[in-house]
Design a protein around this ligand. Structure first.
Ligand code: PLP
Length: 400
């Protein structure tokens, strides 16, 4: 019996690769601070559970393949009220998280061997979908010293070939924390129009942008409406990763009726989770988002200031999401991250990082970088930074 080449080619994500070392560290009695997990630590709002408890459901039936009408209408209102975006319920398809939205969108756009244009470093899980669907990746580089903003238009254009079908953007970015400006989005939109490409805009972190800036959605530009497909999720917006509710949002009718075939094939999304999600969209407004944003923004400031004080560390201030890419004074960030878990501790405590190489397509890129996640309380961030600083000194002494 054989395992398919497509699945065999999928690499373990850079986040998961270190788990055996972390498990071993815990088994040996170490406390591990998680600078690696992209899972909000804030509680899921009670409205989610209340709506489910009050739903009166007695039989868990299949829901509509498009997703519950009430949820799609609630999302439509949420877009209008918070972002002045006009998407009606027929322009929204509910999916099992942003992950299924991505899989369905990519499956609908790409044939085997077609090419996708993406800015690296990018969210490593995309690679699993690319491998699964045999999509070829053409990555253009964004640089740490430019805050991972987009390179010049010419550099992006140079990567387009006749097989390019779409540009994939993550805004705000994972792993970069970069929030693209309106001008940058217009560059992408113009390229997409000129070359007849889709823009897949992964906006699952849209509500997390700092310094009083609002992350502009690709959906804000009517001139690119036919090209644009938005990936949505409640995972980060409402601290509800386990609910598995996301959405595909687009005004392109031909695209939406094609992708709907995949929604029909998988029948339905969890009906209870959709009820909870509708509760969230219907009840939680600006105050909730502002409160969450302020918590993460404060953590961003703590981590950025702390990292700047560590000798040899290079970092640019992230503008959104809850990630920061950091260049460390080490030979190999993966080796260092493993060493932190397996050979180092500071009074029985250590820290878990995500080596950044897995976020790059270009071989050897990101070898000194790690992604740090700040889904941790402020005092834990400070403790973990202290451990990181001590670890760097010790590691570099040993590797002289
Ligand atoms: C950039 C990005 N897109 C999509 C997802 C998928 O999220 P979910 O499937 O939980 O909605 C994630 C999760 O971390 C992410 O970081």
């Amino acid at each position: 019996m054989n395992i398919s080449k497509r699945v065999n080619n999928i690499k373990v994500s850079p986040v998961r690769k270190l788990i055996p070392y972390q498990e071993e560290a815990v088994r040996c009695g170490k406390k591990v601070y998680h600078f690696n997990i992209g899972q909000p630590d804030l509680p899921t709002p009670p409205e989610f559970f209340e709506f489910i408890a009050n739903s009166g459901e007695t039989t868990l039936k299949y829901a509509h393949s498009k997703g519950n009408l009430g949820l799609r209408q609630a999302m439509s209102r949420f877009y209008k009220e918070n972002f002045n975006l006009d998407f009606n319920e027929e322009e929204i398809l509910i999916t099992c998280g942003g992950s299924e939205a991505l899989l369905f969108v990519l499956s609908t756009i790409f044939d085997v061997g077609d090419e996708i244009l993406v800015s690296e470093p990018y969210y490593a899980n995309y690679n699993s979908f690319f491998e699964m669907l045999e999509i070829k990746v053409n990555a253009f580089q964004s640089k740490a010293e430019e805050g991972f903003h987009l390179p010049a238009k010419e550099e992006i254009l140079a990567k387009i070939t006749p097989n390019t079908k779409a540009i994939l953007l993550t805004n705000p970015g994972n792993p970069t924390g970069t929030v693209y400006t309106e001008e940058e989005l217009k560059v992408i939109g113009d390229i997409a129009k000129e070359y007849n490409l889709f823009v897949i805009s992964d906006e699952v972190y849209r509500l997390l942008s700092y310094d009083n800036k609002i992350a502009t959605s690709m959906g804000a530009f009517p001139e690119y409406a036919e090209n644009t497909v938005i990936i949505e999720s409640i995972s980060k917006t409402y601290s509800a990763c386990g609910a598995r509710i996301g959405a595909i949002v687009s005004k392109n009718k031909e695209f939406m009726s094609a992708v709907y075939k995949l929604c029909q094939a998988r029948l339905s999304v969890s009906s209870l989770d959709m009820i909870g999600a509708e509760g969230l969209y219907n009840t939680l407004r600006k105050e909730y988002f502002d409160k969450n944003r302020a918590i993460y923004e404060n953590r961003r400031d703590v981590i950025f200031e702390g990292l700047q004080k560590i000798d040899g560390v290079k970092v640019t201030k992230p503008e959104g999401a809850f990630y920061v890419m950091v260049t460390l004074p080490v030979d190999d960030s993966e080796k260092f991250a493993i060493w932190l878990l397996s050979s180092f501790d500071c009074d029985g405590e250590t820290v878990m990082l995500t080596p950044a190489q897995g976020f790059y397509k270009t071989p050897d890129a990101g070898k000194q970088q790690v992604r740090i996640t700040y889904c941790l309380e402020e005092d834990k961030i400070k403790k973990a930074l202290n451990i990181l600083e001590k670890g760097l000194i010790e590691y570099n002494k040993l590797n002289k």
